[in-house]
Design a protein around this ligand. Sequence first.
Ligand code: GAP
Length: 486
Amino acid sequence: MDTLVSLSKRRGFIFQSSEIYGGTGSCWDYGPLGVELKQNIKRIWWRDYIQQRPDMVGLDASILMHPTVWKASGHVDNFTDPMVDCLECRRRFRADKVDETPWVHYCAATKGNKFTIPAGEPCSHCGERRTLCPDCGKGSLTAPRQFNLMFKTFMGPVEEDASLTYLRPETAQGIFVNFDNVAQSMRRKLPFGIGQIGKAFRNEITPGNFIFRTREFEQMEIEYFVNPRDTVEGKPADEYWHERWIADSLAWFQRYGLREENLRLREHEKDELAHYAKRTADVEYHFPIGWSELMGIANRTDFDLKQHAQFSGKALTYFDEERKEHVVPYVIEPSAGVDRALLAFLADAYQEEEVRGEKRVVLRFHPELAPVKVAVLPLLKKRDDGVRTAHAIRDTLAKHWTVVYDDTAAIGRLYRRQDEVGTPYCVTVDVQTVGDSDKGESADGKVTIRDRDSMEQARVPIDTLPAVFLDLLSGGSWSAVAPRFR
Ligand code: GAP
């Protein structure tokens, strides 16, 4: 994780928020390359799930909602974590996670020497287990108290209870309260889904592990509405679609580069199910911190629509033409975190290898995810015609993709820089491209494309570059495209 944090800062992916003021707890800013990567994740998700599927539509609901939304959804009463406080240093921990952190121990058996002991283990000298604060090793912990994770705020100029509302802790509720608006305006028949990407806020007690758990994050959520009276392939429709969405979600992450061996499914035990869920399966990823949740796929039944109908007094039903009756749809909810997806893609792409005796760091991003698609590098930065040609190539390609020009180092170093940020292709402009009149050599109008993963090169006419990159960046492999130019 430290390697990823340091690469992210050094190469403009992710910076700590308000760093010059000492940083804000668990908030991060996406730098020039990070924002490209994040946008690419959101763009392919939107394209694959909203644009391309006939049974899906999109939504962008507001972050601030009517406060009753959160009463109806159960968040005011149930969206809590048990927390304990240290009476000495005042640090706060999640009661259910306090044994998952290494703990500080002043060992009586070694005359009070201070040790940091791995999470959950006893002291190897005195055999004692943790009872005090894991952080300072001195204070007792309070009994667990429930702590609501929603951020409170006030709407309007007066800070009073009547104007109290919350920053949304999930994007999902914006979809539920718009169910009828969308179904009516878009004349939707079940089953259909509504997808949304947006910010969510949780006042996590123990945020951390870089962008894995933060207090402000982004979600990509789908609420997929099905008729609970229907059966599909012999199964109740909600159970059939739940299975389908689990399989689709796993396949999606693999399609964009996460290795199969780094992904697994984990079923929630009955006692850990959220208050609204009939069944939830998490897609877990083997993060640098160990196996942890990447996304959840829950069967929320008709809980939310019924709650909002009850609290708002508005019917949130669907008229089943076949059975001539109103039903409250069931909901399958594939819910992924954008930031967690980004961390997983970054971790999976990161590789160190040795090339001709030197260490090469390379981010093997899927081309659709790579923040920069092509880097144009002039070999002769003192030749005006070479530099002009390189700029012209960048300008042409930049109409379609994120393309950079760089002439600030020698070519070997420029390649390493692009490898380290995951740029799939570099284009070099050399003396043959522009010719050398002093030596009587004419320009050949070709440039060299270098492939990040194989480091192979191919010489390609300049005027074919847009077509070649269209092929390479939309699914064509280097091994299929490069031989055309040998
Ligand atoms: N609407 C359902 C819902 O919000 P969740 O499991 O609490 O379910 C869904 O959140 C996803 O949002 C998680 O799988 C994770 O990817 C992301 N997420 C949740 N809390 C997060 C946090 N504090 N920081 C970063 N991502 C978070």
